[in-house]
Design a protein around this ligand. Structure first.
Ligand code: ADP
Ligand code: MG
Length: 254
C-alpha cells in the first residue's frame, strides 16, 4: 500500500535521506525508529509530499510519484491535496484550529477539500469522535481538552478524509506519560480495523506489540529491518544495539 523506492533528499549540502526503500503492505503496521536527526520525519513528510524528494519513487495506493532531480514534476495543488488526504498524517503537535469546535475541526477537511455535503460531513465527524471516545466534547473548543484528547481529535480529523494509509510522527512524544495510553489505544484500534500504518515512535513496547515490521534508520539510511523481535531484541548492527540499550536505560530511569 506504501512503496518507497530509492528515495534521496538533501537540504543544501546535508544529505538527509540516502537511497531509502521501504514497503508497507495493505493492513500492515511498520514502526520506524532511530536517533533524532536520522531522517524519520523527512521520510514521512516525503511520503505525503510535504517534502519533495530529489530522487526516487513514492507510491501510496494507486498514486505514483517519481522524482529524478532534474525535471521534478509536482502534481498541481488540487491533485496534491487529494493525494495528501489519502495519506493521513498525525504529528507530535496536534495543529488543531483553535477557533473551531472539536466537531468542526473534524468536518473541515471533508467540507473544504472533498466537497462533502454538510450533513454527511457532520454525521461522519460525530461517528469518528465516538470512535476516539470524544463524542461528548464535540461542541467544545480544543483549548479545554487535554493533550491526549487533542491528539485523538487530530486522529479523527485525519480519518475523516478516508485515508488509505496513516502516518504517525511521534504522535505521543509531546504528551504527559499518563496520557500516552489513551492515544496508543486509538492507534491499536485502527490496527485492529486493518488500517495500513507507518509509525515513527519511541514507544518500544508498543512497536513490539503492534508492528509487523520494525525499521531502524540512522544518518538518512535504513540500517536494519525485520520483525520486532529481530530488530528490537537481537539487532545485528552494533550501533542499533547501542541505541536500544541506551533507550532501555532511559526508560528504566524515567
Ligand atoms: P528525525 O525525525 O529522525 O529526528 P528529521 O527528518 O527531522 O530527523 O531531520 C533529519 C535531518 O534533516 C536533521 O539534521 C535536520 O536538521 C535536517 N532537516 C530537516 N528538515 C530540514 C529543513 N527543512 N531544512 C534543512 N534541514 C532540515
Ligand atoms: Mg522527527
Amino acid at each position: 500500500m506504501i512503496e518507497v523506492t530509492g528515495v534521496s533528499k538533501a537540504f543544501g549540502q546535508h544529505q538527509v535521506l540516502r537511497d531509502v526503500s521501504l514497503d508497507v503492505e495493505k493492513g500492515g503496521v511498520v514502526a520506524l525508529i532511530g536517533p533524532s536527526g536520522s531522517g524519520k520525519s523527512t521520510l514521512l513528510r516525503s511520503i505525503n509530499l510535504l517534502s519533495v524528494p530529489d530522487a526516487g519513487t513514492i507510491r501510496v495506493g494507486t498514486s505514483v510519484h517519481t522524482f529524478d532531480g532534474t525535471r521534478t514534476r509536482l502534481p498541481n495543488d488540487k491533485q496534491l491535496s487529494a493525494f495528501r488526504s489519502r495519506t493521513g498524517m498525525v504529528f507530535q503537535h496536534f495543529n488543531l484550529f483553535a477557533h473551531l469546535s472539536v466537531l468542526r475541526n473534524v468536518m473541515e477537511g471533508p467540507l473544504g477539500v472533498l466537497g462533502a455535503p454538510r450533513r454527511e460531513a457532520q454525521d461522519q465527524a460525530m461517528a469518528l469522535l465516538e470512535k476516539v471516545g470524544l463524542a461528548d466534547k464535540a461542541n467544545q473548543l480544543p483549548q479545554v481538552l487535554s493533550g491526549g484528547q487533542k491528539q485523538r481529535v487530530a486522529i479523527a480529523r485525519a480519518l475523516a478524509m478516508r485515508p488509505a494509509v496513516m502516518l504517525f510522527d511521534e504522535a505521543t512524544s509531546a504528551l504527559d506519560p499518563e496520557l500516552v495510553g489513551e492515544v496508543l489505544g486509538v492507534i491499536r484500534g485502527l490496527a485492529d480495523d486493518g488500517m495500513t500504518m507507518l509509525l515513527v515512535t519511541h514507544e518500544m513496547d508498543f512497536a513490539r506489540e503492534l508492528a509487523d515490521q520494525v525499521v531502524f534508520m540512522r544518518d538518512g539510511a535504513i540500517v536494519e529491518t525485520g520483525t520486532a523481535r529481530d530488530v528490537l531484541e537481537r539487532p545485528s548492527d552494533a550501533r542499533t544495539r547501542a541505541f536500544l540499550a541506551r533507550y532501555r536505560h532511559l526508560e528504566h530511569a524515567a
